[in-house]
Design a protein around this ligand. Structure first.
Ligand SMILES: C[S@@+](CC[C@H](N)C(=O)[O-])C[C@H]1O[C@@H](n2cnc3c(N)ncnc32)[C@H](O)[C@@H]1O
Ligand SMILES: Nc1nc2[nH]cc(C(=O)O)c2c(=O)[nH]1
Ligand code: SF4
Ligand SMILES: [Mg+2]
Length: 224
């Protein structure tokens, strides 16, 4: 006799998770949240942008400031047309697609539809997966826990390395050697270590001026 899962679930005998099948054609994406704010980090700091945060990440940074994003299935599959419509209603004509790790998904259709509406497309990525989509700005923030796919480095407009401890400066230089010559280089303190690491970053940038400081300025401004 076949098991009746629905009956067992109702009886609280088992819990079946809702298994997402994120369509490979990029027509629907697991959307955690979207909000209009000021880009707080990196080369576009201080500029208005609509943030689209996609759920799902398997990189596992122990200091990640948005661990609620990791489980893709906790976030509803959302048609990209509705994401684009909402984004287009804001006066700022730039979107930042972040996560989670957005390159888990096919971002071609979403970015093409945004650009067709005159909206610039920016991405925040660990680079753990190859690039999909059409980008006006790529922020590559490499992680020790799952290193970037080598194919991503040439796409980076900015390399933003998180400094959690002293050894991360050497690690940052290894990644700087892999990006293109026009890529801007940023060192950003890990938030919980900012008091300790920011003075080291300041000294490092003074001695190695190809680097710039990036702070999570939205956290100081207390905005999303
Ligand atoms: C939450 S991640 C999402 C995008 C992508 N998974 C990535 O890591 O680039 C967005 C940005 O926040 C940075 N970030 C995450 N947690 C942080 C923390 N505790 N302190 C400083 N930066 C952090 C990441 O390095 C990345 O540049
Ligand atoms: N204001 C603001 N700027 C950001 N820059 C990158 C962010 C991210 O979480 O990807 C972020 C964010 O969460 N908020
Ligand atoms: S790659 Fe990004 S979203 Fe994933 S755990 Fe690291 S910081 Fe968080
Ligand atoms: Mg953030």
């Amino acid at each position: 006799m076949a098991l009746d899962f629905t009956a067992l679930e109702e009886l609280n005998v088992i819990k079946t998770a809702s298994i997402h099948q994120v369509p490979k054609d990029g027509s629907e994406l697991p959307l955690m949240e979207a909000f209009y704010t000021i880009q707080g980090e990196g080369g576009n700091t201080g500029t208005a942008a609509y943030f689209i945060r996609l759920g799902g990440c398997d990189v596992g940074c122990h200091w990640c400031d948005v661990k609620e994003s990791w489980d893709a299935e906790a976030h509803p599959l959302t048609p990209i047309e509705s994401i684009v419509e909402t984004a287009a209603a804001y006066p700022g004509k730039a979107v930042v697609i972040t996560g989670g790790e957005p390159l888990l998904y096919n971002l071609g259709p979403l970015t093409e539809q945004l650009q067709a509406r005159g909206i610039k497309t920016y991405i925040e990525t660990s680079g753990a997966y190859p690039i999909s989509g059409s980008w006006d700005w790529v922020c590559l923030s490499p992680k020790k826990f799952k290193q970037p796919d080598p194919s991503v480095y040439p796409f980076a407009h900015e390399l933003k390395v998180i400094i959690f401890n002293k050894s991360d400066f050497k690690w940052a230089e290894e990644h700087a050697a892999s990006v293109g010559e026009h890529c801007k280089l940023y060192l950003q303190p890990e938030w919980s270590k900012a008091a300790e690491m920011t003075p080291l970053i300041v000294e490092y940038v003074k001695n190695n001026p190809k680097w710039r400081v990036s702070l999570q300025t939205h956290k100081y401004m207390d905005i999303p």
